[in-house]
Design a protein around this ligand. Structure first.
Ligand code: ADP
Ligand code: UDP
Length: 256
């Protein structure tokens, strides 16, 4: 990372010590940091899950690859004026982040039809969507993260009011435009993606979680080849190679 990108000096980052386990998720493990109430330690895991963890897999250094992809993207977004929780990197698969109170919504942006939307509306995968769709899913594993309307999100008190939902949609659209450019420079088409937001101690809405081939659909512009988690979901093979390919192209264009 360049000094300009780092929100904290490497010497400071290296002093942080992982403390109590807070949460073991499907793709990341979240820890407290000794003496730092506003920061978290996120370890990216090598495991891979799909269909609400009914399908499980893993590959070596998947956590390291996803951590690095997320770090580079969050630094890129910060340069574009999009605030994220990224504070700095530690070791291979660990990231230091600002602690957020997460908003229990998965915000999905779609530039082309794919996945659950293709099934739901009976339109072939790959059909362009203009303007892009922004959708909310209620983050709840037991309910399998259902699609919800704005009114349902308000009834569930996921946020305080419609203004917050509008802010999430606007931020998602801005992030989408930046990411389309980020990936097109790699020869990759951004089909769709999922992001999560939370509030920091100043109550600002900040981009959290990750942006990786787990959470995006990424198709090679020339060949249409999928370079994302659909390779795992659909047993297409070359899962690890595709994630590494995405990181390799990102490093080549945007630096490591
Ligand atoms: P899941 O919870 O779906 O299994 P992960 O394995 O990625 O997903 O777990 C990471 C968890 O950490 C998620 O629940 C995510 O909402 C949460 N999270 C991500 N960033 C932050 C943050 N900055 N502060 C607090 N929680 C976060
Ligand atoms: N997505 C995600 N986590 C989820 C659900 C979806 O990261 O729990 C991502 C997924 O990888 C894709 C986009 O959100 O890039 C849209 O997913 P979709 O609704 O089509 O669901 P899927 O077909 O993946 O079940």
């Amino acid at each position: 990372m360049t000094k300009q990108d780092a929100r904290l000096d490497v010497a400071v980052l290296n002093k942080f010590a992982k403390a109590e386990l807070l949460y073991e998720g499907k793709a990341k493990t979240v820890y407290k940091i000794e003496g730092e109430d506003n920061l978290l330690w996120l370890d990216y895991k090598d495991s891979l899950t799909a269909f609400n963890a009914q399908k499980k897999g893993s590959f070596e250094n998947k956590g390291g690859v996803n951590r690095e992809i997320t770090s580079i993207i969050f630094r890129f977004l910060n340069r574009r004026g999009v605030k994220s929780h990224w504070v700095g990197d530690r070791d291979g698969n660990a990231m230091i982040c600002e602690k957020l109170t997460m908003i229990p919504l998965e915000v999905v942006v779609r530039n082309s039809v794919a996945g659950s939307l293709a099934k739901k509306i009976g339109v072939a995968e790959g059909a362009e969507i203009k303007p892009p769709l922004v959708e909310f899913y209620y983050k709840n594993d037991k309910l399998e993260d259902p699609f919800i309307s704005d009114d349902q999100a308000l009834f569930l008190k996921c946020v305080e009011g419609q203004n917050d939902l509008n802010e999430l949609k606007e931020k998602a659209r801005v992030i989408n435009q930046a990411l389309i450019e980020f990936f097109s420079r790699l020869g990759v088409k951004l089909i769709d993606f999922k992001i999560e937001f939370g509030r920091n101690e100043r109550s600002e809405i900040v981009l959290g979680d990750e942006i990786t081939p787990d959470s995006c659909r990424l198709w090679d512009i020339k060949t249409g080849e999928r370079l994302d988690k659909d390779r795992f979901r659909r047993d297409l093979g070359r899962v690890a190679e595709s994630y590494q390919e995405v990181l390799g192209r990102i490093r080549a264009v945007w630096g490591g």
